[in-house]
Design a protein around this ligand. Structure first.
Ligand SMILES: Cc1ncc(COP(=O)(O)O)c(C=O)c1O
Length: 373
């Protein structure tokens, strides 16, 4: 491994991570919720030993994350998949403690086998209550969603076998939206909860954000636990690593086409694809909005994609080749989504410990591009 740090690299900050974990631990202690890391947002397993001191376990979207969670995180391993594959299910049984199914038909297919192996099983339901606007691709309650069983498709026979119900409907939301969702969930599915062992309220709770109403979340969890005598799980991804990572890059060249454009050694398309998918403008250290400060630049990636653009940013001083550009809040949904389109090298992964020392965790090379093709 190349053990010299070079841009672009992801840098995860232990101090910031622990601040988030302390908040999650507080919520867990006050409410009695069992909190899991949703690995889809963050799977940098070298820091799992830190996170697992604070959380109850991990949740997975399929076989590889389930294995990573079981092998590297410990605690309880949960898995949810919209549809399991017959040729993978036995292996999933090796790793998972909780298996959540998306439909009653999936429970018919795999439920007994999972129960016979001692697993706790659940059904993901769709409370059909959209609380987010504008981001249909992130809204599991949008029209035609395949995610979760609607009340009209709910077959009461599954109550003979399931241990819990799961819903996931939120994305970067506050607890008032959770309250709205819980009301809708209870209205539709409330009569089925008594006698179950657990409820899983999914992810999308922005618990560690400054303006998040944690007291309301704590009250909702306590209310559900007391009313129905169930365990309550939360499985945030973003909230675990919110604002605790950076993507450090460098200006390679500046060109002008009606606006100054800084071409960086990173790429929105390859290294932060949510910037294009969501879309959103990632925060950049020491920058202002377009024209807020004296010198404005469009940040663009080094691929052939015309739309490989992070956004427009302004600075007090002109930028030049070799300047360092630090994208903030880059731990979540980045490392897990990188790709090598255009043969673009993958960013290194580094870690800043509580004493401020920076350690290189991972470097990638040509083989990481070639071996997948
Ligand atoms: C089922 C499920 N659980 C948990 C999460 C984690 O959500 P977030 O990272 O927004 O907290 C997701 C995200 O898509 C999800 O689909």
């Amino acid at each position: 491994m190349n053990n010299k740090i070079r841009t672009p690299y992801f840098l995860v900050d232990e101090k910031k991570l622990i601040e988030n974990l302390e908040i999650l631990k507080y919520v867990s202690e006050k409410s009695g919720a069992k909190i899991l890391l949703a690995q889809k947002a963050f799977s940098m397993y070298s820091v799992y030993p830190i996170i697992s001191k604070y959380l109850y376990g991990s949740t997975a979207s399929g076989i590889y994350e389930a294995r990573l969670g079981a092998e590297e995180f410990g605690g309880e391993t949960h898995v949810f998949s919209p549809a399991y594959r017959a040729d993978e299910f036995d292996e999933i049984l090796k790793y998972a403690d909780h298996i959540v199914f998306n439909s009653c038909k999936q429970i018919e297919k795999y439920g007994k086998k999972a129960k016979d192996c001692g697993k706790s099983i659940g059904l993901r339901v769709n409370p059909e209550c959209s609380t987010q606007e504008g981001h249909e691709i992130y809204d599991p309650c949008s029209f035609g969603s395949r995610l979760g069983t609607t009340i009209s498709n709910f077959d009461e026979n599954v109550l003979n076998i399931i241990d819990g119900l799961h819903f996931h409907t939120l994305c970067e939301q506050n607890s008032d939206d959770l309250k709205t969702t819980v009301d809708a969930f209870e209205e539709k599915f409330g009569k089925y909860i008594k006698g179950l062992k657990w409820l899983n309220l999914g992810g999308g709770h922005h618990i560690t954000r400054d303006d998040y109403d944690r007291d309301l979340l704590i009250n909702i969890v306590k209310y559900l636990r007391e009313k129905y005598n169930v365990e309550v799980y939360l499985e945030p991804g973003e909230a675990v690593v919110l604002n605790s990572g950076y993507l450090v890059s460098e200006v390679l060249e500046i060109v002008n086409n009606g606006i100054d454009i800084a071409i960086l050694d990173t790429s929105a398309a390859c290294h932060m694809p949510d910037v294009i998918e969501m879309p959103y403008r990632p925060p950049v250290k020491d920058s202002g909005k377009s024209n807020e400060k004296k010198y404005t630049y469009r940040f663009a990636g080094g691929t052939c994609l015309a739309g490989d653009i992070m956004g427009d940013y302004s600075f007090d001083n002109p930028l030049k080749e070799g300047d360092t550009i630090i994208f903030e809040d880059m731990a979540l949904y980045t490392m897990v989504k990188t790709n090598t389109f255009n043969g673009m090298p993958l960013p290194q992964i580094a870690f800043k410990n509580i004493n401020g020392e920076i350690q290189l965790i991972k470097s990638f090379d040509y083989n990481d591009f070639k071996c997948r093709l």
